[in-house]
Design a protein around this ligand. Structure first.
Ligand code: PMT
Length: 407
């Protein structure tokens, strides 16, 4: 497993003179821990907040600030970069980049760089809202730079408002989006993830071991590859991924309703959630006393959401289901593919400790009507990327078949 998608990538990391510069130190460390090569360029103002020595120690590379040092860093640094990340980006540096200035190492490096650029602004709310700053940010968007819109909240000046540097998870996903092939751009993807909980009384419920990791990996990787993502999630301990529509549900009936609402406009649907097949026949509004618990629980069947989608889906929609199996994997996967009218079933074993529920890794078999392919053990994000690769090839095949019939 190669692990992080950032492994081996070279990031030119610009730091500007904001109190949020201390957060950039943590970001540099996080990038290095994921195996990225980080070259830090500070503005003169940034060095007044955090020293170059700090960034040199964290990145393992010399930190640069002087435009007139020995080498031609303003050419060599951007030439080696896979992406440029500027965080925090001050109003001053945003204005200089918008105007194409090149009189300090950071602005000259960006001007000489052909790699994608991610700008993470941080400043007082009124400075951010000022027409000059907004015009400069618009100019950067016109250049094709990606802007990670600042968060709202308490600012260093003590005021509340927009202007907080985004969280690292948001910046990381935006950076990965800059590095990923945008081959899902234009696709509207609906993903379900996690377990459902079927309450018996106010204290007890039926559920399963799904952590949501597989579905959240599918959502994150689809967003990086340019898709518009709606994630319908059962109760999990994972943070909602940034930059997508997350719909939280609890029961299978709530999941069915949310899926029904969003499936009609989705071009690809992936059902990674572990939906409970049954719920209590009757919910007890009072906690059931131990002495009153029946040895046999009366259950009612939940709707099969995937089968319902398969029975009424658009012909141009790609429908992908999962199969959680403890045996007869290929036969069960193929049975579900046909029974639920899916285009692809992703089979995973739930007995192993490194596959299926809760694991950070998975080993899947991809089953279509005319193929079966078992992958190697991968991280769930790498597994998700391979599922998207398969989905894209199915869409290509469908497009080619359609072209033949109309030819
Ligand atoms: O969340 P993790 O901890 O990362 O674990 C990942 C996973 C094991 C949950 C995931 O990889 C997985 O296998 N998800 C499907 C689990 C499941 O419900 O499989 P199944 O074989 O019981 O159902 C087959 C398909 O029908 C699934 O796409 C499921 O979403 C769907 N289904 C099932 C029952 C139901 N009432 N409605 C459904 O839509």
């Amino acid at each position: 497993m190669s692990g992080s998608p950032l492994r081996g990538k070279t990031i030119l990391f610009g730091v500007c003179g904001s109190i949020a510069a201390f957060k950039a130190a943590g970001w540099v460390s996080a990038l290095r821990q994921e195996g990225a090569q980080v070259h830090v360029v500070l503005t003169a103002a940034a060095a007044r907040f955090v020293t170059p020595l700090t960034f040199a120690a964290l990145s393992g590379n010399p930190a640069h600030e002087n435009m007139f040092a020995a080498g031609m860093e303003h050419i060599s640094l951007p030439a080696a970069a896979d992406a440029v990340l500027i965080a925090p980006a001050t109003a001053q540096t945003i204005a200089r980049l918008a105007q194409g200035f090149a009189d300090d190492l950071l602005s000259a490096s960006v001007l000489a760089c052909s790699a994608p650029v991610l700008i993470c602004p941080a400043m007082n709310a009124r400075m951010l809202a000022h027409p000059a700053t907004q015009r400069n940010l618009a100019a950067l968007r016109e250049y094709g730079y990606r802007i990670a819109e600042p968060d709202c909240g308490r600012l260093a000046c003590g005021e509340e408002g927009a202007g907080r540097l985004v969280e690292w998870d948001t910046a990381r996903e935006a950076l990965l989006g800059l590095l990923a092939k945008q081959d899902l751009a234009g696709e509207r993807v609906l993903i379900t993830a996690g377990p459902t909980q079927e309450p018996l009384d106010p204290a007890r419920f039926l559920s399963n071991r799904s952590s949501g990791k597989m579905g959240y990996a599918l959502a994150r990787t689809a967003r990086r590859r340019g898709a518009e993502v709606t994630l319908v999630s059962g109760p999990v301990a994972l943070a909602p991924p940034p930059d997508m529509n997350v719909v939280s549900v609890r029961t299978a009936l709530e999941m069915a309703e949310a899926v029904s609402r969003h499936a009609q406009t989705a071009s690809i649907v992936v059902k990674a959630a572990a939906v409970a097949d049954f719920r209590a026949a009757a919910f007890s509004a009072q906690k059931i006393k131990k002495t009153a618990i029946e040895p046999l629980l009366a259950l009612a069947a939940n709707p099969d959401i995937l089968a319902a989608l398969g029975s009424r889906r658009r012909t141009d929609q790609l429908l992908i289901g999962f199969a959680a199996e403890s045996g007869g994997h290929e036969a069960e996967g193929r049975r579900k593919l046909l029974a639920k009218n899916a285009d692809l079933i992703v089979v995973n074993d739930i007995l192993g400790s490194s596959t299926g529920f809760e694991a950070d890794t998975n080993q899947i078999t991809l089953i279509t009507r005319d193929s079966s392919e078992t992958l190697e053990l991968l991280s769930k994000e790498e597994t998700a990327d391979r599922i998207w690769d398969k989905a894209l090839s199915l869409l290509q095949e469908r497009k080619a078949a359609g072209a033949e019939t109309t030819a």
